[in-house]
Design a protein around this ligand. Sequence first.
Ligand code: EPZ
Length: 419
Amino acid sequence: MDKLEVYGARKLKGKVLISGSKNASLPILAASILSNKKIILKNLPNVKDIKTMIKLLGSIGSSVRYLKNKNSIEIKNKSKIKTFASYNLVKTMRAGILVLGPMLAKYGNAKVSTPGGCTIGVRPIDIHLKALGKLGVNYKIIDGYVYANSKKKLKGAKIKFPKISVGATENLIIAASMAEGSTILSNCAIEPEVKDLVNFINCMGGKIKWIGKRTIKIEGVKNFKEVKYTIMPDRIEAGTYLIAAAVTEGNLKILGINPNIIRTEIEILKKLGLKIKIEKNQINVVGVKDIKSINLKTSPYPGFPTDLQAQLMVLLCMSKKISTISEEIFENRFMHVAELNRMGAKIKTKGNKAFIEGNTKFKSAELMATDLRASVSLILAALIAKGKTTINRIYHLDRGYEEIEKKLRKLGAKIKRVS
Ligand code: EPZ
């Protein structure tokens, strides 16, 4: 298994270009099942989860080929595909459940593995299934698979999600895009990645409109047209580099990101004392010595994202006073705390609340990555710990950060992958 060796302490300086968004690419790849026409997708991040989703599409009969580089593909679906998504593909990439909606909308049946939990939580799909039931889907779960079918074509309905769920919103947007009549979805997730999915489906002929802050109206259509679509940039990658500049007291220009989609993160980092200047498609951030403290809750967009919670925790360790973070989205997303404490952090957790003492002098150590975002928080801490830190199980990292060592080395980090 690969591991990373990181030598601190290093300040990050220079320019970094943000890759395409993993969490926009995954639902858009799933939505491609709806169409029989040629689809060209650009700016896909070359990361493990995308390769797994492409493998999943191939396994059901879609023909997917890379174009000039690993960031753009052409998809062509045959009229008949296998409406089956296997456990070994879905277990490592829970977004595989997003193929359920399009399979049911287009073919009226599907056998899809339930995602199974991961270290951050149980990852249930009850909201997805109940909402699909309202479109006329019958389903049962047997031996870890969802067996679903609809006697007739899916029928539009009015659906109010009981809780904000990115995946359930996306699954239903895709399913309703080919249902008969119109569907109104309310209490939707409004993450920029959900908006990118809506734009993509509309570009290929869908009829989806935001009729309220969290309400969408979808007119089902029968077929779609050829489309060429460029995936939005990854706001979590951008936020990670913003925090990396802060943690290392560096000076970064973050290119290729629209600052509007990470406004909350920018405001919070400014509150912590960072100097941030935003331009049209670029953010300049300069790290400072004095980091202030904060009491923060993660929340659905436009709140502070759970996917940046671990990274921010490293920065709060540099503050002089106690900070707290309440993790409101996932039930077990503090796996990085034990590893950070082994590097000298003084963080206590009680339920979903973490108390970060601050004044930390990170020391290098041998560490274990546990999930995608926790892995990158260990790299941030390793960048400021004197000496060599080794991070094991970095396959977690490879799921969602494109060429992270290369990008960090270009910014002055001393980091290498050891197989
Ligand atoms: C998406 O996961 C993202 N993944 C996650 O990013 C992100 O952390 C999460 O949204 C929250 O923003 C992708 O987009 C591929 P949810 P998702 O449904 O859709 C509960 C990363 O690091 N829930 O919004 O699975 C659920 O347990 C990943 O890139 C139900 O109870 O998240 C959680 O507590 C990690 N029943 C909460 O809702 C359901 O049917 C929010 O989950 C569905 C969800």
